[in-house]
Design a protein around this ligand. Sequence first.
Ligand SMILES: NC(=O)C1=CN([C@@H]2O[C@H](COP(=O)(O)OP(=O)(O)OC[C@H]3O[C@@H](n4cnc5c(N)ncnc54)[C@H](OP(=O)(O)O)[C@@H]3O)[C@@H](O)[C@H]2O)C=CC1
Ligand SMILES: O=C(O)[C@@H]1CCC=N1
Length: 263
Amino acid sequence: MKIGFIGGGQMAQAMISGILNTNSEQVINIHGGSIRTEKYAHAHGLNYVESNKQVALESDVVILACLPQHLTAVAAEIKSVLTTQVIISVLGGVTLATLSTALGDNVAISRVLPNTPVNVNAGTIAYIHNEPLLAQSESANQVDTLLQQLGSSYLVSEDQFSIFSALAGSSPAFIDLFIDAMAQAGVKYGLPKDQAIAIVTQTMLGTALQVQASNQTPRELAAAVASPGGSTIAGFLAMEEYGLPTAVVKGIDATIAKDQAVD
Ligand SMILES: NC(=O)C1=CN([C@@H]2O[C@H](COP(=O)(O)OP(=O)(O)OC[C@H]3O[C@@H](n4cnc5c(N)ncnc54)[C@H](OP(=O)(O)O)[C@@H]3O)[C@@H](O)[C@H]2O)C=CC1
Ligand SMILES: O=C(O)[C@@H]1CCC=N1
């Protein structure tokens, strides 16, 4: 299967890492908006081609990884050469209906919302295929297999994409913010920053595995950490008093509102 990327930014690079981790021989065609993508392609042994149209012509699966505001221009470039190619769009907030209008009603399209951990094949990925893609079961299976290589994929109805995008697509940024804040506290009390980050990150991995393996809720697991009269409950209540849970929900509200304003 020949894979092409339109756009070579953060998400394209994360997906390309994940794809090459699985199959280092995979040929990847790519074009971008500027010299940046060309330099990235050459540095990583990708096949940089002269135009988005050329990506579409030379690929079986074309991954739209530019920004939503580039869709109209990119669609105008590639529409005339779309025949049997499958389009995977990772454009945040852009619906299948908008993609079909831009690219053609009969084009096979999968709307996908990955997150940056796809670069270590640990992504959390939403997807939904349009009718033309569902009608080609072999192509749909190829897309499913590609996504499974990149992490855990979930078939999600389009009305749930915004909440999925906030909880999985954007949340690596929020989780990084939390890791950094914890590590800053470590620095405040004398730890080197890299050591503090390593401690917090390992704890986060362990806690996530524990939540996955347990039939207790996160609240119940937290209660098990907070010994009566101990240090944890003091810190826990201070975090609640300073608004951590409310801040998180407000952050998700803002993320969803912005995503829903895209299309
Ligand atoms: N970052 C993330 O975690 C996630 C991103 N997404 C989606 O991925 C898409 C890309 O986001 P992200 O990678 O963060 O953004 P970036 O700004 O990092 O990447 C955007 C890319 O678009 C390219 N581009 C600009 N104009 C054109 C054009 N006319 N033709 C082809 N390529 C063009 C740019 O090329 P150049 O650099 O050469 O100028 C750049 O590589 C967005 O639609 C976003 O919603 C979805 C889920 C998560
Ligand atoms: O910030 C964005 O718009 C994209 C969508 C989800 C994550 N990044």
